[in-house]
Design a protein around this ligand. Sequence first.
Ligand code: SAM
Ligand code: SF4
Length: 333
Amino acid sequence: MTSSSRRLIDTFGRVHNNLRISVTDRCNIRCFYCMPAGDVQFMPRADLLSFEEIERVVRIGTTLGIDRVRLTGGEPLVRRELPVLVKALSAIDGIRDIGLTTNAVLLGDQAEALKDAGLQRLNISLDALDPEVFKRVTRRDSYDKVIEGISAARDAGFSPIKINAVSIKGLTEDQIIPFAQLARDTDTQVRFIEFMPLDADNQWQKDKVLFASDIIALLEAEFGTLTSVEQTGQAPSSDYTFADGRGRIGVIPSVSQPFCVSCNRFRLTAEGKLRNCLFSLEETDIRSLLRDGGSDDEIADAMIACVQSKAAGHQINSPDYVQPDRPMYSIGG
Ligand code: SAM
Ligand code: SF4
């Protein structure tokens, strides 16, 4: 049990039980909205937290109310032996839910081991069903590997398969209907995410965002009026059902309708910095505590302080918005 004085509650009363853990900043593709095309400066390997260090942070987090974790990156599957970490985290008392966000390029070889290790949820990031559009987004030719990875995930027993697709104006409009067909015809849940200003090249512009409202309009033009599904829990997506009752689709309107008011997440970067928001400009170093003899209490205090300093919400829509100097792949999306 966590005592109420030792919980991760911010000054707006939001209780944090969800820790997103980046295990690497490396990646095997180069999505333009996340990474630069070339000359990426990755963190030195010695700077990355070890599995034991991550496990310790999570164990301390559970004493403060953390019960859900999600592994991300960079591409988490490029971190060697990831199932070993999944197994260790699933053995921690108090962890009820372990998820992974992946581009699925390496999932073909790892889906089964991840399932066996105790991975409960899998989110696959795929922005296009057309291989040519996929290549324009990712600047790599890995579409077939992704499809192989999705099929391996299905075979390993991950169900439903969840796909998150970043939507970009002028690029992915013609992918919306094929994704909706996939969601209607198979056990695949699809959610469209608005493009956020977290790209390495600082090329984000509001007029490149395909807004949730644009997506709904495209879907309604094809399938008729969508019905909004009542929200449960703290999921950031708004879900809709189709007029004929077949299938369901989600949108994550991070830019147009931020879900900050119900946010329960904070983050641990691959090199051991705590961040209370994707967009925060400040972070708390806990690697030095982990490596220089810091006690569990000191690490817990650092987590509490990090959450307490969280702002009410991000400022993407304000003229004062300042993009963090770490892009998405380096924070952990
Ligand atoms: N490499 C893994 C993957 O792509 O699933 C995990 C890390 S990636 C940074 C996590 C998620 O962030 C992906 O779904 C990706 O599409 C999303 N993402 C990255 N940059 C984004 C941006 N600028 N706006 C919106 N979503 C973004
Ligand atoms: Fe890699 Fe994921 Fe970023 Fe794409 S979104 S470049 S897959 S870390």
